[in-house]
Design a protein around this ligand. Structure first.
Ligand code: ZN
Length: 397
């Protein structure tokens, strides 16, 4: 549906604000832009981490289709890291230091020409040559999605609609960039990206004072962008959303220790990626699956995911790219140590998506006729707004 005559003269802005980890449970405990927003609601997330959720938001597709899930996948043939086997002999105390690994990540990103998000996390150098990195390209740039789907940004590029998407991870810089862009009034679409809340929630948990303070900061800064937009556009459709929520950690679990006690050889008998909330296994020899499965069944803090479960989550990847067996922890249980970190955290996401603390949130200043229910519905809302389709409920008259 398109707008009536004369509407082409109206200057319209679609303003999207992405706030990493601002879950529905956390949001409900805070006042937030209450005088601007007409709707705040729970938004169902998908199984995985931001590396799964963000591609879904910008394509409207499920993980099995867009092909993004976790950063590391067992793939010795295509591994770009073959050379790093040599680093396995360097002293562990040095190679496990956060700062050393962060520096290494920066250098590796350059050396390999990765344009996407790249972090080594706590992946051991010893076995890195067995893994591929799955987000080598910037997902926001043309051709960045593994499955080849076009994103909302491709949609804008094809239609030559000017847009602003902040590249910086420094939030005040992103705000200034967006204020400048809407004040100039030349863009039709803005995508403000906020990542700091996620880090605070990991560090302090959902009840931490810095979390509430930062939500108040978002309120003030988003308000400033919105007011600048209103002063320069006839119509501003504001959509705020997150990718997932955050669960407070109540217990840690040493899945790695349990598996290593079996005495199997990594890279010969099996391979595994220990994420924060799940372990993903590949079996390289007959009989190994049975041994690992029975060890996992002894662990009451998690469960082996069934094929039906993974299919329902849209995570039935062709060729089992991301693992032949997924062991998922109960909400609140962190795998520690893992390939993501050695220290326990106060909050984590990536548990069962239907758990209340996993849920994302959605907010808007538009009385939408068709409200989104799930993360994958956001694409259509952004696209309809870009197209100038009628978004509001028809009035009763
Ligand atoms: Zn996070």
């Amino acid at each position: 549906m398109s707008e009536g005559p004369n509407s082409s003269a109206r200057k319209r802005l679609t303003l999207c604000v992405f706030i990493d980890a601002l879950g529905w449970e956390i949001l409900q405990r805070h006042g937030f832009l209450d005088d601007i927003l007409v709707d705040k609601q729970r938004l169902e997330t998908i199984f995985g981490y931001s590396s799964t959720c963000d591609p879904t938001i910008i394509t409207g597709k499920m993980p099995r289709d867009h092909g993004h899930f976790a950063f590391f996948a067992y793939d010795p043939k295509k591994s770009p890291f073959k050379f790093y086997k040599l680093f396995g002999v360097l002293p562990r105390f040095l190679m496990e230091r956060g700062r050393v690994r962060a520096k290494f990540s920066q250098i590796m990103k350059k050396v390999h020409g990765f344009t996407g998000y790249f972090q080594l996390y706590n992946m051991p150098f010893k076995t890195l040559h067995l893994f591929n990195y799955t987000e080598q390209k910037n997902i926001f740039e043309a051709g960045g999605i593994n499955g080849g789907q076009s994103t909302i940004f491709d949609y804008l590029r094809e239609r030559k609609i000017p847009f602003c998407r902040s590249e910086s991870y420094v939030e005040p810089e992103c705000v200034e960039e967006m204020v400048d862009a809407v004040t100039a009034g030349k863009i039709g679409f803005g995508y403000l990206f906020f990542g700091r809340l996620d880090a605070l929630l990991h560090q302090y948990g959902t009840q931490g004072a810095p979390v509430s303070e930062h939500i108040a900061w978002y309120d003030a800064e988003i308000r400033r962008v919105y007011e600048a937009a209103q002063a320069n556009y006839d119509e501003v459709n504001l959509f705020l959303f997150s990718d997932h929520g955050m669960t407070d950690i109540t217990e840690v679990c040493d899945v790695k220790g349990r598996i290593e006690a079996l005495g199997l050889r990594f890279g010969e008998d099996y391979a595994v990626a220990y994420d924060s909330t799940m372990a993903r296994f590949w079996f390289l020899k007959p009989g190994v699956r049975e041994q690992i499965e029975s060890a996992l069944k002894e662990e009451p803090l998690g469960h082996i995911m069934s094929d039906d479960e993974l299919t329902a989550y849209g995570c039935d990847f062709p060729g089992n790219t991301y693992g032949e067996l997924f062991f998922l922890m109960k909400p609140g249980v962190l795998i520690c140590p893992s390939h993501m970190g050695v220290k326990p955290l106060a909050g984590m996401h990536g548990f069962a998506p239907e758990d209340k603390d996993s849920a994302a949130s959605f907010m808007t200043n538009v009385a939408l006729a068709r409200k989104p229910h799930r993360l994958e519905d956001l694409y259509t809302i952004m696209k309809d707004s870009i197209d100038g389709a009628r978004l509001e409920e028809e009035s009763a008259s």
